[in-house]
Design a protein around this ligand. Structure first.
Ligand SMILES: O=C([O-])[C@@H](O)[C@@H](O)[C@H](O)[C@@H](O)C(=O)[O-]
Ligand SMILES: [Mg+2]
Length: 417
């Protein structure tokens, strides 16, 4: 007789979905973003879902993982992670890079476990400390549309352009109107710092008392970061990745009046010790997609608690399986100090999960209570988005290359200011 908890196969499906022209320190988002959807099928037919960022390298690694996990027990998540890690080690030396693969598979295992037990994933993480999870509105400078290109017509959206403080305030109002967000993060590193300072000050005036953050993704030197930090004294809850590296952040942190946060210079376990020793950061934006999965994220939260680091959560362009996973783990972390980031409002029109479970009310998502992640795969949407992936020919994210199609002299320079 076959063992119902044994993994029969891991189905790995790359997809593409629509993304607006969001600007950042690397360029601009392309019309299509990439993700990879996992279906972990057990011998008894139970299916666990996972979602990973896309790209050729990540796809190949997940395909390699699929070969290793077949036949393993779905409750042996430590062994499953170790087997994948060992298989990737010879070709992927970075533990951070291997973490992207093990994390996505761990989420699929937990979803399957929850379905077998009839319990939500948050129960497998120790239970919830909150029924719903607060998220921040993720504001981006953006063009009104993807310009016409290579015979393709321009592609607009219902957000409009945001290229100055008034545009950012308008976008924030729309975010609040549509989703009820009560805190705001601005993706910076796009315009000269004084313009971004003005945008944050305009938000502070329009939304008094509501928490604000700014993240230029290391677009500034240490000196510029210090200047911006002084200018925004009393206005930001934290300043995220103003400059590059643990040493650079430590130099800024010495006299910044607000906490510094990161999802760039502390992205693996070995970065924690030097960052803490140098007091380089005061807020860690965790991300289960690369910290080893949901259980490791829970452990990371305990490390942060021990060393007095506040905890927030990072996001990238993502769909509903990731949002469900983020919500479950955030609900199980007592010391979540800030609302989580999410790109979901920019991408939810193309989701691969059936509607009805993941909704933003007053800026919060209720923790799904159904078995596993509590979301159901929309097979028709998955097929359609996989076809879009195949037909589009887009195989990796290239914000800089896409920007150059419109501004041939655009240079990727970090720091830029
Ligand atoms: O979507 C973007 O352009 C963001 O800049 C994303 O790539 C970052 O990973 C992220 O949101 C961040 O907080 O750094
Ligand atoms: Mg960031």
């Amino acid at each position: 007789m076959s063992d119902p908890t044994r993994i029969k196969e891991l189905i790995v499906t790359p997809i593409a979905f629509r993304d607006p022209p969001l600007l950042n320190s690397n360029g601009v988002h392309e019309p299509l973003a990439l993700r990879i959807i996992l279906q972990l099928v057990l011998e008894d037919g139970t299916v666990g879902l996972g979602e990973s960022p896309g790209g050729v390298a990540r796809l190949e690694r997940l395909e390699a993982a699929a070969k290793v996990v077949a036949g393993m027990d779905v409750f042996d998540t430590t062994a499953v992670g170790a087997a994948i890690d060992a298989a990737l080690l010879p070709t992927v030396p970075s533990s951070h890079e291997r973490g992207w693969t093990t994390s996505a598979v761990e989420v699929a295992c937990l979803d399957a476990q929850g379905k077998l037990l009839g319990r939500p994933v948050s129960d497998l993480l120790g239970g919830t400390v909150r029924d719903s999870v607060p998220f921040a509105a993720y504001l981006f400078y953006k063009w009104a549309e993807h310009p016409a290109l290579d015979g393709r017509a321009a592609v607009g959206d219902d957000w409009g352009a945001a290229l100055d403080p008034a545009g950012i305030v308008e976008q924030a109002r729309l975010m609040q109107e549509r989703y009820g967000f009560r805190s705001f993060k601005l993706k910076g590193g796009v315009f000269p710092p004084d313009e971004e300072i003005a945008a944050i000050k305009a938000l502070a005036e329009a939304f008094p008392g509501q928490p604000l953050r700014l993240d230029p993704n290391t677009a500034w030197t240490v000196e510029t970061s210090r200047y911006v930090a002084r200018e925004l004294d009393g206005v930001l809850e934290y300043l995220e990745d103003p400059t590059k590296g643990i040493e650079g952040m430590a130099a800024v942190a010495k006299d910044a009046p607000m906490p510094l946060g990161t999802n760039m210079c502390v992205i693996a376990w070995e970065h924690l010790r030097p960052a803490i020793e140098q007091n380089a950061i005061q807020v860690l934006l965790t991300d289960h997609h690369y910290w080893g999965g949901l259980r490791r994220t829970r452990e990371l939260a305990a490390v942060c608690e021990a060393f007095g680091l506040a905890l927030s959560m990072h996001s990238n362009s993502h769909l509903g399986i990731s949002l469900a996973a983020m919500t479950h783990v955030a609900a199980a972390i007592p010391n979540l100090d800030h609302s989580c980031d999410t790109h979901y409002p920019w991408n939810s029109a193309d989701d691969v999960v059936l509607p009805g479970v993941l909704e933003f009310r007053d800026g919060e998502v209720k923790v799904p209570t159904g078995p596993g992640l509590g979301v159901e795969l929309d097979h028709e949407a998955l097929d359609r988005l996989h076809r879009l992936y195949l037909d589009s020919g887009v195989r990796s994210r290239d914000d800089t290359g896409y920007m150059r199609r419109f501004q041939p002299d655009y240079e990727l320079r970090l720091p830029r200011w």
